[in-house]
Ligand binder design. Structure first.
Ligand code: DOR
Length: 445
């Protein structure tokens, strides 16, 4: 018998060759066998009745540290992640200070030491201030790539002129992430439309045309420069149709919020709690996002976890900040959609594990296979739970899904062969590590 660290037994494994019963044998942080016949371990997880998925990766979260720790911290954000079955996150650069150079990135990496419950990487912001250094910055260890805001959302990061965008696109080669809303159009419409002070007008202010214009512009520039793109939080039927024509170079994210909520109902029910950018739109757009998932136009689900306090959210629109928590509810909400027949388990795993690993070139992630990292999410597809604010780890302390009954729940989170969450309880110590990227030329020390 050989000695392993952990064996997960009796579960249904979701593997590239299908869903079948088996064991996952973990040793030294890796999966070393999918059959425990020759293996022994002191720690065994009985996964009877559970499905074992490759660890869920959330490639868009805002964890607010440094500078805005009253909304979120790296510790609380990653804690929420593992409580929600998420094993790794990519964190966004609109903190204070913004993440614009090596010192900013190192500061975030340092802050994660001993405080990261899950694995992580950080986006570098792309702006006029750092454009010449981007080819070096995007290669730094722990960097997920470059993120650009074409329309201002929260924080001062902005690159809205085509000339600057083209410079940024030419300054590097990794897949570049984009928030596509047209700044000029947003500014033009703000005064007139926001006079109503009614949050139901949020999708009218930041309308489909605002998103579509920006998406068209960045696609044209990507074509011109040959750069690969990742379009974050796509919200409209028109963009899905357009993006379907550009799949050779462009990957697409949608969020659980846009797949679950619809206007006007969500604004009537939740007020500015449902306010995010780009906005939650009507049912017609939501249906198109689901069609985009079925057709394969959508590559990943990212939560766009963007916490603000309830007090901040209670300001009168449009002074209320945009964004909702989401990292902890990503998986429960998507499992509920699965139970309601909107997607299969194989498709979900493609969107939350294999998809991010494939499009961002994550080393040894995204599948249950021998030699891959032992990052795993164990779920009970038939567990019924009610999402409540009490369960939310975020410093902001609330979820737009408070009170929602869901079927399907994360029962355990395993990272690098260590079980860090079981039955809603945290176990052990934060031991998350930076992701390694096949695209990056520099190695982590
Ligand atoms: O609603 C949003 N909030 N959208 C974004 O793009 C930024 C985010 C935030 O940081 O609050």
């Amino acid at each position: 018998m050989q000695q392993a660290d952990l064996i997960i037994k009796h579960g249904q494994l979701v593997t590239p060759s299908g869903i079948h019963s088996g064991e996952v044998v973990c040793k030294g942080g890796r999966i070393v066998a999918l059959n425990a016949r020759d293996w022994h371990a002191n720690e065994v997880i009985d996964a009877r009745g559970l499905h074992v998925l490759p660890g869920v990766i959330d490639s868009q979260v805002h964890f607010r540290e440094p500078g805005l720790e009253h909304k979120e911290t790296l510790e609380a954000g990653t804690r929420g992640a593992v409580l929600g079955g998420v094993t790794g996150v990519f964190e966004m650069p609109n903190t204070n200070p913004l993440t614009l150079d090596a010192a900013d990135l190192n500061n975030k990496l340092q802050r994660m030491q001993g405080r990261a419950w899950c694995n992580y990487a950080f986006y570098m912001g792309g702006s006029a201030d750092n454009v010449t250094q981007l080819p070096v910055l995007e290669q730094l260890p722990g960097c997920a790539g470059v993120k650009v805001f074409m329309g201002s959302s929260f924080g001062s990061l902005l690159a809205d002129e085509d000339e600057l965008l083209e410079q940024i696109l030419r300054a590097g080669k990794r897949r570049m992430a984009v928030h596509a809303e047209d700044e000029q159009r947003l500014r033009q419409r703000k005064e007139t439309i926001c006079q109503s002070r009614n949050v139901e007008d949020h999708p009218e202010w930041r309308d489909v045309e605002s998103a579509l214009n920006a998406t068209r512009r960045i696609l044209r520039l990507a074509e011109k420069t040959g750069r690969r793109l990742h379009l974050l939080h796509i919200t409209s039927a028109e963009e899905i149709a357009l993006l379907a024509q550009h799949k050779s170079r462009v990957t697409v994210e949608v969020t659980p919020h846009h797949l679950t909520m619809a206007a006007p109902d969500c604004y009537q029910r939740l007020g500015s709690l449902a306010q995010m950018n780009p906005p939650v739109r009507s049912r017609r757009h939501q249906d198109a996002l689901w069609q985009g998932i079925r057709d394969g136009v959508v590559d990943v689900i990212g939560s766009d976890h963007a916490p603000h306090t309830l007090e901040e959210k209670s300001r009168q629109w449009p002074d209320s900040p945009s964004g909702m928590t989401g990292v902890q509810t990503l998986l429960p909400v998507m499992l509920n959609h699965l139970n309601e027949g909107r997607l299969s388990l194989m498709r979900l795993v493609d969107l939350t594990s294999a998809g991010p690993a494939r499009i961002f070139g994550l080393e040894a992630k995204g599948r249950i296979a021998v030699g891959y990292d032992a990052d795993l999410t164990l779920v009970d597809l038939s567990a019924k739970r009610t999402i409540s604010n009490d369960w939310i780890a975020s410093v902001a302390g609330w979820s737009p899904y408070d009170g929602m009954e869901v079927t399907g729940w994360p029962m355990a989170t395993v990272i690098g062969g260590e079980c860090v969450m079981r039955d809603d309880e945290l176990l052990g110590e934060p031991a998350g590590q930076p992701f390694r990227f096949l695209d990056a030329e520099r190695e982590l020390e």
